[in-house]
Design a protein around this ligand. Structure first.
Ligand code: ATP
Ligand code: MG
Length: 428
């Protein structure tokens, strides 16, 4: 048994050092390991160099109970993690028969010949086990011993995630070095900016409080996290009291408990209510349709997505009137309404949503600055429209518009106001 605690995370790859990719694996590991009772003590990034990997891994295993290395496990010449780890442990590499069979089988099932050199992925340092990779070919390297745990996982985020859930976390749950993780609860909000949420919850977002609340803006939503180090029923009660306060104060911006995606919330609600959906998109050009189709089961409710970009297409396909376009332009309440109504008529869907806006960088004016977006929803009760002006570049504006479209559908589905009441900032 060791006196070490906590975890160290090591990212391997020249691409990380060169800044060509972001070390999002480290971020994921920081969150996951902390929740598992192993707060991350240090993160390191090292290039594709076995000697450098050996040094960093040797130091990490001396300092922490858990070491997770990601990247460099593949079959190519720059995948050198296994050699670095073998060196750090003074272990020889041995061909693992099960890992070899799994690799051969993976290719055989796809009817592809095994690429030369790829069996190196079945070479495992002595004292390590091959960790099965349910989402890819390269197995991980796992060592769980009295002096600590080390997992080397592939760099591909989905493969890493699978290995954490299926292999590492079950082991970490039983180790003596495990610390008390905080109990946490998340709340997803949409329709209010982070600063607006902050103003509503200023007394809860104070450092040193327990539970402590934090807010994390994601595209179009704000996810609030409550954490407590209290124990047992006391912890549950404290989280519940704060969660209810938050729910009450944010009102219609409350989406639900957990880190929820708006497209999933909307499509699941549509499936449950047996409400069919159509989308007519200008500014978002298919992003909203894509968000609908992303959700399993969407085929039960999604009738059609129409990307009508030019005025002629809005007229010819959706039946937007020429007079409307002449008098108000394509980025207008009237056009959004006619797009939604046209899409509903054309597809026979119960609910149709439309987007039209200015993504920039050009095309803005004083009255209609870049980012101006009109949304409309047509359903059996009539048609409603809503406007937002999004800030950012073209990509951000379109991404925000997509999320706002789903929030408006959520609000319409659940009979909520399209806009949350905003607390007046004057004097506070
Ligand atoms: P493969 O078998 O795919 O080669 P690997 O274990 O060798 O997997 P790398 O070659 O290092 O992993 O990285 C594969 C890809 O995984 C990278 O191109 C990158 O997209 C992603 N990746 C690697 N490391 C990270 C990281 N730290 N954070 C986020 N993504 C990463
Ligand atoms: Mg690789």
């Amino acid at each position: 048994v060791t006196t070490k605690s906590g975890a160290i995370v090591v990212g391997v790859g020249d691409e990380l050092l060169a800044g060509r990719i972001d070390d999002t694996n480290a971020r994921l590991l920081s969150v996951v390991l902390r929740r598992a009772g192993y707060p991350v003590l240090r993160r390191e990034v090292v290039g594709d160099d076995p000697d450098a990997i050996a040094v960093v891994v040797g130091r990490a295993r001396a300092d922490a109970a858990v070491v997770v290395v990601t990247g460099g496990l593949g079959p190519t010449g720059d995948d050198l993690t296994r050699f670095g780890i073998a060196k750090a442990f003074g272990a020889a590499l041995r061909r693992d028969a099960t890992a070899e069979a799994t690799l051969r089988d993976a290719y055989a099932r796809r009817g592809r010949p095994l690429p030369p050199g790829s069996l190196v992925q079945a070479d495992i340092p002595e004292g390590f086990a091959a960790a099965p990779n349910a989402r890819g070919t390269a197995p991980g390297l796992l060592r769980a011993a009295d002096d600590g745990v080390l997992l080397a996982a592939p760099g591909v985020p989905a493969e890493l995630e699978g290995m954490l859930d299926e292999i590492l976390l079950p082991i970490l749950a039983t180790r003596p070095e495990r610390g008390t993780p905080p109990k946490a609860l998340q709340i997803t909000t949409a329709g209010l900016a982070e600063a607006e949420i902050g103003a509503l919850l200023s007394d809860l977002l104070i450092r040193g409080r327990d539970p402590i609340a934090g807010s994390y803006p994601k595209s179009g939503r704000v996810v609030l996290t409550l954490e407590t180090f209290r124990e047992g029923a006391d912890a549950d009660l404290a989280l519940k009291v704060d969660a209810e306060t938050i729910r009450d104060r944010v009102g219609s911006a409350f989406v639900g408990f957990g880190d929820l995606k708006l497209n999933e919330v909307v499509v699941r609600a549509a499936i449950e209510k047996k409400t069919t959906l159509a989308v007519a998109e200008s500014l978002t050009g298919g992003l909203v349709s894509d968000g609908v189709v992303e959700v399993p089961g969407a085929s039960a409710v999604f009738v059609a997505g129409i990307a009508a970009y030019k005025d002629e297409a809005k007229r010819a396909v959706l039946g937007v009137r020429a007079e409307t376009l002449d008098a108000h332009g394509a980025v207008s309440e009237a056009c959004a309404r006619e797009m939604a109504e046209g899409a509903r008529r054309l597809t026979g869907a119960d609910v149709a949503l439309a987007t039209t806006g200015i993504a920039g960088p050009d095309g803005g004016s004083i009255e209609k600055p870049v980012g101006t977006t009109w949304f409309a929803i047509a359903d059996a009760a009539g048609t409603v429209a809503n406007r937002r002006v999004f800030l950012g570049g073209r990509a951000e504006i379109r991404a925000y518009a997509r999320e706002r479209a789903f929030d408006l559908l959520r609000r319409r589905f659940f009979g909520l106001p399209l806009d949350s009441a905003v607390k007046d900032g004057a004097g506070s």
